[in-house]
Design a protein around this ligand. Structure first.
Ligand code: CP
Length: 300
């Protein structure tokens, strides 16, 4: 396997192997081993055409911890601004004998195009509304760590399903592991044919969706992908779909509250609950580092 473009491309057994590597890195790191040499001599180019904090930083840090040389290219400071195409940009990067290209792009399918165009290993760090496979890996790893297993769990994904690459990758990974997945959002934020995403249930009623779930993943409202409004106001969205104390009380006592970040505080989740005692949002971020170290290791 050269690239990580989609959760469709990896088997459950391969994902379990990535989890095993991530767990080992996490244990060694926590016991004081802060530097590894598994990627010494490798080069990693991070090419981000969209903003990012978690994904870009953790892929860069993961590369550095493993001993790779990492370089960042942001579209705004590159020759893309002079009109260079995506194809020419990645062919130029490949010509420098780059081992890994980690790419985030606003166009669905961009990572697949890049993976077919270059010999470098390609990791999809999010392409349009299509997929965000490393986010799905760290989400599933976090659930496995907290719950001990995924098979049979009831998982709800709430919010802007229409624009969410996280939802698309999460549905695939949680279904691979035998969870039951429910999608919930305003009718305007569900795709026209939501059944095609592969979830078990679809509803617009958030209280129905969350009440018996083991895990509830709240999604960011992706205002940057909304040319026209999908609801009247952010306050209306918060009242109808946001997490508040009343909704938290309706959930199971041992529910995991997740969010891929960045959170629109007070919109998807009431500000006081973002890092509340049922939230594992910072565990997701921490695990993101070890999962990305494991993805590099798995692909070499
Ligand atoms: N979850 C996620 O992709 O966050 P960033 O946009 O900060 O990378």
């Amino acid at each position: 396997m050269k690239d990580l473009v989609s959760i469709n491309d990896i088997t459950k057994e391969e994902i379990e192997e990535i989890f095993k590597i991530a767990k080992s890195y996490k244990e060694r790191f926590k016991s004081g081993e802060k530097k590894f040499s598994d990627l010494r001599g490798f080069s990693v180019l991070l090419v981000f055409f969209e903003n990012s904090t978690r994904t870009r930083t953790s892929f860069e840090l993961a590369g550095k911890i493993l001993g790779a040389d990492t370089i960042n290219i942001s579209a705004s400071a590159s020759s893309v601004k002079k009109g260079e195409t995506l194809y020419d940009t990645v062919k130029t990067i490949e010509a420098m004998n780059t081992d890994f290209i980690v790419i985030r792009h606003y166009m669905s399918g961009a990572a697949k195009i890049v993976s077919k165009s270059v010999k470098s290993r390609v990791i999809n760090a999010g392409d349009g509304t299509n997929e965000h496979p490393s986010q799905a890996l760290l989400d599933a790893f976090t659930v496995l760590e907290k719950k001990g297993n995924i098979e049979g769990l009831k998982i709800a994904i709430v919010g802007d399903i229409l624009h969410s690459r996280v939802a698309r990758s999460d549905i695939k990974i949680f279904k691979k592991f035998g969870a039951e997945v429910t999608l919930c959002g305003p009718i305007t934020m569900l795709p026209r044919y939501p059944q095609s995403l592969g979830a078990d249930y679809i509803t617009t009623d958030v209280e129905e969706a969350i009440k018996d779930k083991d895990v509830v993943i709240f999604l960011r409202i992706q205002l940057e992908r909304q040319e026209k409004p999908f609801f009247s106001t952010l306050n209306e969205y918060s009242v109808k779909y946001g997490l508040n104390e009343k909704r938290l009380d309706m959930m199971k006592d041992d529910v995991l509250i997740m969010h891929p970040g960045p959170v629109n505080r007070g919109v998807e989740i009431k500000s006081e609950l973002v890092y509340g005692n049922k939230s594992v949002i910072l565990d997701q971020v921490e695990n993101g580092l070890f999962i990305r170290m494991a993805v590099y290791n798995f692909l070499v």
